[in-house]
Design a protein around this ligand. Structure first.
Ligand SMILES: Nc1ncnc2c1ncn2[C@@H]1O[C@H](COP(=O)(O)OP(=O)(O)OP(=O)(O)O)[C@@H](O)[C@H]1O
Ligand SMILES: [Mg+2]
Length: 461
């Protein structure tokens, strides 16, 4: 049995599909718009999405784009109007697995659903097999000391219900940590609700979080429950929490102190049991100093903080991540490949300002660019990587020369880095000792440590 979400603004068709797929033993939920589908998917737990493309408001393509941007990709079958193959192709590019042209026979849809779910089972099986081999923690990949420290912290905080503040550069996995905390907590069967506080205007955010009563403002034609209420019994993830306006901060503080709230325009006090996890890539302390963030709220949400290392602070994890991300990608696109030695060395040397998200994008692109061998396997080489990672621009010939040189250089540097890392480890991070062992001046060692981002964090625990 699978959980399926059906999104179509045509109520008749929707009901028929809910019934027929439900008849196959699946748990099916129908929604009438792209916006409603997005909200439902945010709650999580669906295995398959069947969506119309043309819907008022957020249409099917925009929904797929949204899911893709959030890394929340899901097996998807799209329904297209007769003769609009172009849009179907666009949908496939956005990650849809299959499409059905309207009008269709129910049996056709049932067969497609069955096929998609079989695929899911294979992907899941692969995933489980790989999970045993891969090193990491749930959905999080990494085995470097700073990541292991993060995993340990997650384990600890999962046992409690205290607020957690997740810090780290963009793309380091803050949302992943929030989900992992929820998944490992006693609230795991409750909802996980994520709100991006930067995505909504101030007035909208308040009613999004706390809900509103009918008539609270123009356009509030119906009472609406907020995300806090929707997260009842589960976890509320407030992403980009630094963007919350001062007036909404007051309400948030009140909730954290009293565990209760009032909807906008309402006077009834509502009790909710929700764990709040926040994230930001801003410097909240600075915002407190500048008066943009309440100090008392800062301390309330920051009972425990987890700081994610940037990817350049854990380069040792790059090969592991590459393998896991390629496997994940294969699961969704069917493209199978690996990264060659030389390209891997380049990936390991790069600065990664966009962290794991950037690595994901680079690999996705490289996999498409790499030529498949006769067996379909795509071996990613330096030429499949973007210029900023290869390290040079210019005409094809000089580029090739450059690659040959950087290929060698990168390998030498990788080896040098590894030797220095080991020496530091053996010297228990005593730089004088390590420099002596390496026959280097201490200042040269420090220069190289900086170059290779071998800070204290890299040491064992
Ligand atoms: N340790 C990890 N293992 C596997 N995948 C990861 C890891 N960290 C991040 N990712 C992946 O990288 C992408 C970005 O992660 P996420 O959205 O959690 O980052 P973020 O810190 O919330 O970024 P932003 O500040 O930009 O919102 C996601 O697709 C996520 O699955
Ligand atoms: Mg995020």
């Amino acid at each position: 049995m699978a959980r399926i979400l059906v999104a179509d603004d045509n109520a008749g068709l929707r009901d028929v599909m809910v019934e027929s797929l439900g008849g196959l033993g699946h748990e099916v939920r129908g929604v009438g718009s792209g916006d409603a589908a997005r909200d439902a998917l945010e709650e999580g737990g669906f295995d398959l999405l069947v969506t119309d493309l043309r819907m008022p408001g957020l249409d099917g393509l925009a929904l797929l784009e949204h899911l893709k941007a959030r890394g929340q990709q899901l097996l998807t079958i799209v329904m297209t109007a007769h003769g609009s193959v172009d849009t179907a192709v666009k949908a496939m590019h956005l990650g849809a697995l299959d499409f059905v042209e309207k009008p269709f026979q129910l049996s056709t849809m049932e067969a497609k659903v069955k096929k998609a779910l079989e695929r899911l089972a294979i992907v899941e099986e692969n995933r489980l097999l790989r999970a045993e081999l891969a090193q990491g923690y749930g959905s999080m990949i990494g085995s470097s000391p700073p990541m292991r420290a993060v995993f340990e912290l997650i384990t600890k905080v999962s046992e409690t219900s205290t607020p957690v503040l997740i810090l780290g550069e963009s793309g380091t996995g803050k949302e992943l940590v929030a989900r992992e905390i929820h998944r490992r907590s006693a609230r795991k069967d409750g909802p996980f609700v994520a709100v991006n506080c930067a995505a909504l205007a101030e007035s909208l955010l308040e009613s999004e979080l706390f809900g509103h009563e009918r008539g609270a403002f123009t356009g509030a034609t119906q009472t609406k429950r907020g995300k806090f209420e929707l997260a009842q019994g589960g976890t509320l993830f407030l992403d980009e929490v630094g963007e919350i306006s001062l007036s909404t901060q007051v309400k948030l503080l009140r909730f954290l102190q009293e565990k209760e709230l009032e909807r906008v325009g309402g006077s009834k006090t509502i009790k909710v049991d929700v764990r709040v996890v926040c994230a930001t890539n801003r410097d909240l302390r600075l915002q407190v100093e500048e008066g943009a963030f309440r100090e008392d709220l800062f301390y309330r949400i920051n009972v425990i903080s987890i700081t994610l290392p940037s990817l350049r602070e854990r380069r040792d994890d790059v090969p592991l991540l590459v393998e896991a991300l390629l496997a994940r990608h294969q699961g969704t696109t069917g493209l199978e490949g690996s990264v060659g030695e030389e390209a891997l060395a380049l990936l390991q040397m790069y600065e990664w300002p966009g962290n794991v998200r950037e690595l994901e994008n680079v690999l996705e692109r490289a996999l498409v660019l790499a030529n498949p061998g006769p067996d379909g396997h795509r071996r990613i080489g330096p030429n499949d990587l973007p210029a900023e990672i290869r390290g040079g621009e210019g005409d094809a010939a000089s580029q090739r020369e450059y690659h040959e040189a950087t290929g060698l250089m990168a390998q030498i540097e990788r080896i040098e880095r590894e030797i220095i890392r080991k020496a530091l480890e053996e010297a228990q991070h005593n730089q004088t000792k390590a420099a002596k062992a390496l026959h280097l001046k201490r200042s040269s060692l420090q220069y190289k440590m900086k170059k290779y981002a071998l800070g204290k964090d890299e040491g064992p625990g």
